[in-house]
Design a protein around this ligand. Sequence first.
Ligand code: COI
Length: 357
Amino acid sequence: MEIKITRSKNLKARPADESKLGFGKIFTDHMFLMTYGPEPEWHDARIVPYGPFELDPACVVFHYAQELFEGLKAYRTADNKIQLFRPDCNAARMQDSCDRMCIPPIPVDDFIQAVKTLVEIDKDWVPHTDGASLYIRPYIFATDVGLGVHASKNYIFAIIAAPSGAYYAEGINPVRIYVEDEYIRAAPGLTGHTKCGGNYAASIKAGDLAEEKGFAQVLWLDGVEKKYVEEVGSMNIFFKIDGKIYTAACTGTVLPGVTRRSGIELLKDWGYDVIEGKLAIADVMEAGRNGKLEEVFGTGTAAVVSPVKELYWKGESVNIGDGKIGPVTQKLYDTMTGIQWGRLPDDKNWIFPVCEG
Ligand code: COI
């Protein structure tokens, strides 16, 4: 794929204090764009100065949310190399989301090339501070003009990037999670397995209510019986009960997280039984009451590996361990971030080099 590059003539000031970046608040100098339609192919790949879109108010995306996105990160290693973690998995997942949302897929190689090229051009924005990275947000949205509900024939594929720190204000400190028993996030046949914006829009109300009560996020139960644990607002979730590790299976209602699948591989390498399947919230609470709920942690690109210290469900709280990060959670966090930042060898070929820093 040929990418036309137009460099910004007004480079922005980069953040002076990388410890205060927050998540997804400021953006780099450039963005990647590619267009689909009116001819039936992706074309006109380009990198241009970061800036607003001019869109017709009747664009399909504004009315019917035909849209999807991805999230991945670029890391700066101690020897000043810039690298990505498993961008091929994001590219493949984006294709799956495209299929469900009737959006023409981006070839995997083009996706990776686009991400790499943008990161290389904006490489000075990849943070130098431990724990901070460049969060990359690829997304596609429908630009047909008109109010009929149909698959658009025109789209924009865009990639923006934001130097970011921890997703949660708590950082690696354990968070409190509210188990949602009124609203649902997904149901069989719907879009739970895709990264479409609509999934997140529908989750905001429950998230806000939980935050008002002092919880970091909600834990979603299955949408049919509200009985089985599925995932948390911005991450997959794992439970260590009596030595075994459980997480929901990816059978259509759970996001197939890249950190999730990487974590499962590492945990299995370390000899843990990892069970992907149905786990009833009642059994989790019971294990909590009996002292068998040893660790709970979330995984996600933004959240990395995030310990949970408390679950609240229907008026009852269970505390997990002693409220501090558990040993398996810590080991997974250290290993995952060790590979991502190049402190540990990449035995699994998960790292895609981009350039010298
Ligand atoms: C990510 O982890 O990359 C995500 O897309 C989650 C998002 C809600 C921040």
